[in-house]
Design a protein around this ligand. Sequence first.
Ligand SMILES: [Zn+2]
Length: 592
Amino acid sequence: MDNYIVSARKYRPSTFRSVIGQEALTTTLKNAIATNKLAHAYLFCGPRGVGKTTCARIFAKTINCLNITDEYEACNECESCVSFNEQRSYNIHELDAASNNSVDDIRALIDQVRIPPQIGKYKVYIIDEVHMLSQSAFNSFLKTLEEPPAHAIFILATTEKHKIIPTILSRCQVYDFNRISISDIVNHLQYVAKNENVTAEPEALNIIAQKADGGMRDALSIFDQTASYTAGQVTYKAVIENLNVLDFEYYFRLTDSILNGDVVNSLLTLNDIINRGFEGQYIISGISSHFRDLLVCKDPATAQLFEVGASIRQRYIDTAQKCDTLFLYNAIEIANKSDLEYRLSKNKRLLLELTFIKLCQLIDNPNPSAPRVTSNSIKPIVQSTQPAVASNAPTPSTEGQQVPQANNYQSSTASTNTIAEPTQQQKTDTTVKTKKGKAILNMGVSLAAASKGINNNEPSETTAVTTKPTQNNEAFTEQDLLAEWSKYYSNLKKEVMLRNTMMNSKIKLLDDNMFEVEVSTDINKEFLEEASVPLMSFIRTNLKNDNITMKITISDAPILEKPLTKRDLFDNLVDENPALQKLSNEFDLEIT
Ligand SMILES: [Zn+2]
């Protein structure tokens, strides 16, 4: 390994053609050479490691080539090209302004500018990180830039274009370099791996490319390190260990748990990840990106945006098929919100767990304050159970059939969670839900177009839930109403809190169409409001009256003879699902 050359140098492109990911730009440069329209000053802008200096060198070599090819590439054979390639050409001068930014450095350079080239036509001056030049250095450089000798060409490079003063900008032709796409990086790494006799898994190269964030130099450097550390076996596992990246398996596992409404497993997986030393914020932003990727993969057209190897992409596409668009949208929103809250949070672990509990609730209750049916109309994994279809199944939660145990658990846990944090948490929750409800509602208009005037049903921020009158308007009695009311809640299997609320509330018919529900607490009211769309739809359908309106009030007097304490509620929930006790023990949940 005496002559070991790092790949970034060894595989540095020597022609415009071999520059990766900057085709538009290299074509423009070649055209300038072809038409002999060379400017005296160029400004190359773009992130680090995307080929700015490389292109500048190729450009310098090409315009000095004595035997330029028909494709306007350097021949790499003539005396000039050879001296360039052996880095002994006098026609190229490089100044790194990051370390040589004084007036003296610039003066030394300017002195050279006057001397014409011995071989070739142009002397090219590359000033890297030009924004680092001191003010006085800038000023003395400006004069030369205004009246350069015919043989001098300046190529200024910068990662921070906004720091370049307008007087410089206006004198330069500006070229913006792009980040190199992940697939371009992966392809190039594959090429390098083959040449270096390194075996590399596509997934591994993909992780490297992602980590390099569009920079080829960084990608090659990570590749070199991993290849040497693994003795030429660049596996996915080795790369994620080396780079401390969380295995995407975990994200898939979390997604499965969330889709099954399985709080226990999601929290256990979370625990596992934390024990591996990953930071909470990393996990949250990771799951958020994961959902984004799934969203992108829902549509074959946008799946192209998802830059990964074919095998992983198929896995994402398959998982995406199991996810409803609205679910993904909401999941991203929940994750983003907790990403924002994370830094401020005093109990980060709790925030993390709450986030996953909320995510697990989503599948049952995709959008708490907006019409549920909206989601049903676009959700492939849930059999449509719009109450309006006159079936007697009141809840839209048929997905319970898939994993009844887990779902059962999910509801209960979610409720406990609410109970554990009675005041502050709820308040924030409610506002968020309302906001979100509106956002979704706007977004979902076209989706819900088929579902009968649902948009009128959004629970308003005031108590009354109203709807515009339509056709059915049959008279009904309080008895009829009570019968439907109890029919609805007795069919609730998983939504324990809602069932308790409905069971323990007082119903009174106020006039022909409006009834009042008296509940004892804010939480109860919230439960009712969240359920109001399917509930009202059920009642209206079964009583054949589309004008029925529900008004929810909170009464001061206790409605129950003995109001349930939080402990009572929790015990109730444990009766429903003994696994909850296990969870409570596992995570040391306290009921306050
Ligand atoms: Zn040549």
